[in-house]
Ligand binder design. Structure first.
Ligand code: NAP
Length: 361
């Protein structure tokens, strides 16, 4: 018998996260945060982070001190680090005793190298998705966090949002019956800027790592980890996947089809189909504010808003876990992160996409 693919080892079930009425309300002692990078998502998340009652935004680190200072001033953080010679201000941030938790928001091709010194210094770390470019890098970070006894999580914010949690409740209720297939698509026409992280192999570019994390989140919620993956797509001139289609198969015959594109727009929805009914998320599936449930002739529309600070649900989970001394989130466990990257490693091999930093860490 052929050896079982290693990504089947992870749990197929998602642990329902506590869903706070107010994700900004304190759950314990204040945590002092640092942020690495000053790009698009670093700006968004740092603005939402400072709204948590028990978060103090202490420092911003950048490859450029002026950029760090500018964002720190905008966000009211007292400290800025940025010294290219010492590497993105990360070494200084790691050495700062007034930082408890760090949010890493560099392109994924750099997540491993940025996160290692932070974990070595005993910081808890929230790493943007995709967690790393491959499973070997992820396993190395997981082992290091365990050795240092610190919290580590991939920033899959979808898993903590009210609509996702409510969809889990529908799945668990049995209303859809046995889930037989999942279909999810996510795409947009990205500017053909060769400097963009989306196209740069050294940044971990391509649709799979950028968008596949989200489409797979919905397949995983309904069906868990697959038994096999077949991937087709095509590569950009730089060699990253400009678009992909993944077919996942599951024990018992269920299938999932996931589409991701950096060249075309998409419905940006996920459909979960079972023997009794269908659930279809609103767009965008990254942070939907509800879904439709269709059973027989009945159609039900559930509005499940996340409010004006949607990243706060994920940041609340990190805060709660660190306050409680947990090494990982039960809802976004590190085993799921590693298993997903093993799946993506297999898909990427079929797509013929390799990265210059695609090493076995
Ligand atoms: N959760 C979400 O909703 C969400 C949304 C978008 C992106 N993301 C994820 O967040 C990460 C960043 O995405 P983004 O859209 O913010 O990218 P971005 O706008 O290109 O910003 C990335 C930042 O990382 C820093 N950086 C760039 N190259 C680096 C390098 N070689 N070494 C160290 N730092 C480097 C830069 O900041 P400095 O110049 O200050 O060093 C840059 O501004 C990606 O992993 C992406 O998948 C998540």
């Amino acid at each position: 018998m052929a050896p079982m693919p290693s990504w089947r080892m992870a749990s197929p079930h998602v642990v329902r996260p506590p869903l706070p009425d107010d994700p900004l309300a304190a759950t314990g002692r204040p945590l002092r945060w640092g942020v690495v990078a000053t790009g698009s998502i670093a700006r968004t998340v740092s603005a939402q982070l400072r709204q948590l009652e028990d978060a103090e935004l202490h420092a911003i680190a950048s490859r450029d001190l002026d950029r760090a200072r500018a964002l720190a001033a905008e966000r009211g953080a007292p400290v800025a680090y940025g010294d290219g010679a010492r590497g993105s201000g990360v070494a200084q941030l790691a050495a700062d005793p007034d930082v408890d938790v760090v949010y890493v928001a560099t392109p994924h091709g750099h997540h491993h190298d940025v996160t290692v010194p932070l974990l070595e210094a005993g910081k808890h770390v929230l790493v943007e998705k995709a967690f790393t470019v491959n499973a070997a890098e992820a396993e190395a970070l997981v082992a290091l966090a365990a050795a240092r006894g610190v919290f580590l999580m991939e920033a899959v914010w979808t898993r903590f949002l009210p609509a996702y949690v409510r969809a889990l409740d529908v799945l668990v209720s049995g209303e859809l019956g046995e889930v037989r297939w999942v279909q999810a698509d996510l795409g947009f026409a990205a500017a053909a800027d060769p400097r963009s992280r989306l196209w740069a192999p050294e940044d971990g570019g391509g649709a799979l790592l950028d968008l596949g994390v989200y489409t797979f989140t919905w397949a995983h919620a309904a069906l868990g980890m697959p038994a096999s993956v077949q991937a087709v797509g095509h590569r950009s001139a730089q060699g990253v996947d400009a678009g992909h289609a993944l077919t996942l198969t599951y024990p018992g015959g269920a299938v999932a089809q996931l589409l991701g594109s950096l060249e075309a727009h998409a419905t940006r929805t996920a459909t979960i189909a079972g023997s009794r009914g269908v659930l279809r998320t609103f767009a965008p599936l990254t942070h939907p504010e509800g879904f439709m449930v269709m059973t027989g002739d009945d159609r039900r529309r559930e509005e499940v808003p996340h409010g004006p600070v949607p990243y706060a649900y994920m940041l609340r989970e990190v805060t709660r876990c660190v306050q409680q001394g947990l090494g990982e989130s039960p809802t976004m466990p590190l085993a799921d992160t590693v298993a997903t990257l093993r799946l993506f490693d297999a898909a990427r091999a079929q797509l013929g996409v390799a990265y210059p930093n695609d090493r076995q860490a």
